[in-house]
Design a protein around this ligand. Structure first.
Ligand SMILES: NC(=O)c1ccc[n+]([C@@H]2O[C@H](COP(=O)([O-])OP(=O)(O)OC[C@H]3O[C@@H](n4cnc5c(N)ncnc54)[C@H](O)[C@@H]3O)[C@@H](O)[C@H]2O)c1
Length: 320
């Protein structure tokens, strides 16, 4: 078994998401080595070469096309491989195509006896995280999904636009499925420490706030569909979200992020992967933070879990 290099990242899937993540990761200066692995090796070669030509302008990093052998000493493996979401196609329709791909990638990682932390990005991300965990039998702290980190960023962005305030001052979380049943945790939403409801008193744009809240959540849920309709895929937002998650692992930041993790009694849920606030560090999921939610939010989270569980049942991942 090879000891992992402390800052080697293997990206599985060199398509739009994988390459955009590699581009953003190189600029962030977080990695010493980035290996791009794709069944389409020519694509991986082309992306690596293109990225490498920018090396004089970024932090030193070795970027190359890789193979399964690169999993052996990677500190982090980020799986973006899979079939692309088509216009109008729901995330769950991608399921059959992507579950088989995920199992074959996990076989490769297990063959290499990799000790890496593994982040699943391919959709449907909550289901494929479950597939990866169940197929590999690795401990749940080591495999998690990018979950609703992107959705939470979209939520923060939309709230910041509505409130005319820096998005970095808005703290809010989307929980549950990365998909149609996700919920907004309004009880955990703050603007620079002020609960969002209190912030209304210093802001003049609150007329119809309840309706605006619903519209914002609906926009978050439909963001990916809109972008896919416009340009075929989403890649930049997720790439930056992945840099944030990768940084938390590689630098042991112990950051609170809404990644998709296996529920083991948290929030009264079992045997389903979905997004809740987690502390992410060098061991992957360091802690699942069982935050206090309102009754409505908790009911929404349970509904989201049920939606995911029914998909897992379709796939034969959990008992009927
Ligand atoms: N979780 C999120 O927030 C989020 C956001 C955007 C996209 N996605 C998902 O990410 C995935 C990738 O999206 P994309 O736009 O980059 O797609 P893409 O088609 O551009 O790239 C996917 C790549 O995976 C490769 N691939 C397929 N099987 C493979 C295997 N067994 N091993 C290695 N590589 C393999 C393909 O050759 C292709 O290059 C999709 O499932 C998409 O839905 C997730």
């Amino acid at each position: 078994m090879q000891r992992p290099k402390t800052r080697k990242v293997a990206i599985v899937g060199a398509g739009d998401v994988g390459a955009s993540f590699a581009f953003a990761l190189a600029q962030a200066g977080l990695a010493e080595e980035i290996a791009l692995v794709d069944v389409n090796h020519d694509l991986a070669q082309g992306q690596a070469l293109d990225l490498a030509h920018g090396l004089p302008f970024v932090h030193p990093v070795h970027i190359h096309a890789g193979t399964e052998a690169d999993y052996a000493d990677a500190a982090l493996i980020v799986i973006t491989a899979g079939a692309k979401q088509r216009s109008g196609e729901s995330r769950r329709d991608l399921l059959g195509r992507n579950a088989a791909i995920m199992r074959s990638i996990m076989d490769g990682i297990m063959t290499q006896r990799s000790e890496a932390i593994i982040i699943v990005v391919s959709n449907p991300v909550d289901i494929l995280t479950h597939v990866a965990l169940q197929h590999s039998r690795l401990p749940p702290n080591r495999i998690f999904g990018s979950g609703t980190v992107l959705d939470s960023a979209r939520f923060r962005y939309l709230l910041s636009r509505h409130r005319h305030v820096d998005a970095r001052n808005v703290h809010s979380y989307i929980l549950g499925e990365h998909g149609d049943s996700e919920i907004a945790a309004w009880s955990m939403t703050h603007v620079a420490g002020l609960p969002i409801s209190d912030y209304c008193s210093v802001c003049n744009t609150c007329a119809g706030w309840e309706q605006i809240k619903d519209e914002i959540v609906s926009q978050v849920r439909n963001s990916a569909y809109h972008i896919i309709d416009y340009k075929g895929s989403t890649c930049y937002g997720i790439a930056l979200a992945l840099v944030r998650i990768a940084g938390a692992v590689l630098r042991n930041e112990r950051s609170m992020l809404t990644v998709s993790t296996l529920m083991q009694g948290n929030f009264g849920l079992h045997d389903v992967c979905l997004s809740v606030p987690c502390i992410v560090g060098s061991r992957g999921i360091e802690l699942v933070a069982t935050a206090k939610l309102t009754d409505d939010e908790l009911a929404g989270l349970h509904h989201s879990a049920e939606v995911l569980r029914s998909t897992l049942r379709e796939l034969g991942q959990v008992g009927q």
